[in-house]
Design a protein around this ligand. Structure first.
Ligand code: KG4
Ligand code: ZN
Length: 377
């Protein structure tokens, strides 16, 4: 089955052709990141305007690169949410129009489900496949870390799973981005901070390890951000921080990765049935995180995978095509299903079927209410 996948949830416009959920025939990504580098973040209206201009040429290039035409596409998968509403609408409106003109069924895909499928993707001409086995095996413990979310899932299939932990405040990518802004680095901060960290010593400054002693699989990054703020303030009182920036970046990056890894390790210990650990989302491109999760996998004798190319870590159309394929394999009614574009679409609701999930949800609702009460008082 050959699917054209479209992804426009943030500042990227991407189209890809993927066969049987795995083989990437083409993947084109146009980004307006350069426009936002010095603004510290995306301006939603500007992003959508740019996407409107580039989406059709991007789709045309994806078809050309895959050496196919619209006739040989079996379906169109499109991100319906969550994300920036204007950007999402550019993608879903284009997809609806093309589906109608080309007479192809549409598959609505949740953005995060796309990331969860990204470890299945490979490019036929990719000489180096870092994954030890050809195809992942369930149950899988997946750490999904991007600019919008930080979640831990135990998945028993592509579309069934339990959310066992998530962030209580900022997402991991957001922590990188905000830290980068404090260090005067351009948007998006993650890659810039990681690059600066290469020249520094991560043992120079110590940061707390959030929630380390708590019996929880949740994440919290706002404390790290505050620690960085005070560290910079204190250092600036004494000296110029310019020569110290690389070591500050390295120490901050290490703190984020250590928090992710210690939570992952708690989850590995409490879920002995899992067969593999997957790291997905933009932050999975981080080399230090890869090194640390690889070591964790070796310690526990468990396969660790991340997307096989850097471009499939961050937002891309191939992961949407892949998720669309696996979605219709398990739920054929999703081929041509009605859907609404939604800036706040919730994946847990979509995947939630088992009694175990319902029980967890009730507990998580209780703890969320408790958290809200704490905040109010
Ligand atoms: O998945 P993604 O492309 O978009 C969202 O769904 O949010 O993730 C983007 C996030 C940004 O916060 C970016 O700074 C972060 O991923 N990121 C990285 C790296 N590359 C991207 N963070 C750390 N190290 C990287 N190499
Ligand atoms: Zn994403």
């Amino acid at each position: 089955m050959r699917i054209l996948g479209l992804e426009t949830s943030c500042d990227e416009t991407s189209a890809a052709v993927v066969e049987d959920g795995c083989r990437v025939k083409s993947c084109v990504i146009a980004s307006s990141q350069k426009d936002f580098e010095r603004k510290g973040g995306v301006i939603p209206e500007d992003a959508a305007r740019k996407q409107l201009e580039v989406i059709l040429p991007v789709i045309r290039k994806a078809l050309d690169d895959a050496k196919c035409t619209e006739e040989s596409i079996d379906a169109i998968a499109v991100t319906f949410g969550p994300g920036l509403l204007g950007s999402l609408l550019v993608g879903t409106t284009t997809a609806r129009t093309l589906a109608s003109v080309w007479k192809k069924p549409l598959i609505p895909v949740h953005h995060t489900l796309g990331h969860l499928s990204s470890t299945w993707l490979f490019s036929p001409n990719q000489s180096l496949n870092p994954n030890p086995n050809p195809s992942p095996v369930f149950p899988i413990l997946t750490l999904s870390v991007s600019g919008g979310h930080s979640d831990l899932w135990v998945r028993s299939s592509h579309i069934s799973g339990t959310l066992i932990g998530s962030t209580r405040d900022d997402a991991a990518g957001e922590a990188f981005d905000k830290g980068a802004v404090m260090l005067g680095l351009p948007y998006p901060g993650g890659p810039a901070l990681a690059k600066l960290a290469e020249e520094g010593d991560e043992k120079t400054y110590s940061f707390p390890n959030p929630l380390e002693k708590e019996h929880t699989l949740d994440f919290s990054f706002s404390g790290l951000k505050t620690s960085l703020k005070y560290l910079l303030r204190d250092l600036e009182k004494q000296e110029s921080i310019q020569p110290l920036r690389a070591s500050i970046a390295a120490s901050f990056q290490f703190a984020i990765c250590r928090h992710l890894c210690s939570t992952l390790e708690k989850a590995i210990n409490s879920h002995p049935d899992i067969k593999e650990v997957h790291i997905v989302g933009g932050v999975s491109a981080n080399e230090r995180l890869r090194m640390m999760t690889r070591a964790l996998g070796e310690k526990h004798g468990i396969i660790v995978r991340w997307p096989s190319s850097l471009r499939t870590c961050t937002d891309n159309g191939a992961m949407i095509a892949s998720a669309g394929y696996f979605l219709v394999q398990e739920k054929p009614e999703m081929l041509g299903a009605e859907f609404e574009t939604s800036a706040t679409a919730n994946l847990e609701k979509l995947l939630d079927h088992s009694p175990e999930n319902t029980a967890r949800k009730a507990t998580s609702q209780k703890s969320q209410n408790a958290r809200k009460q704490v905040k109010i008082s």
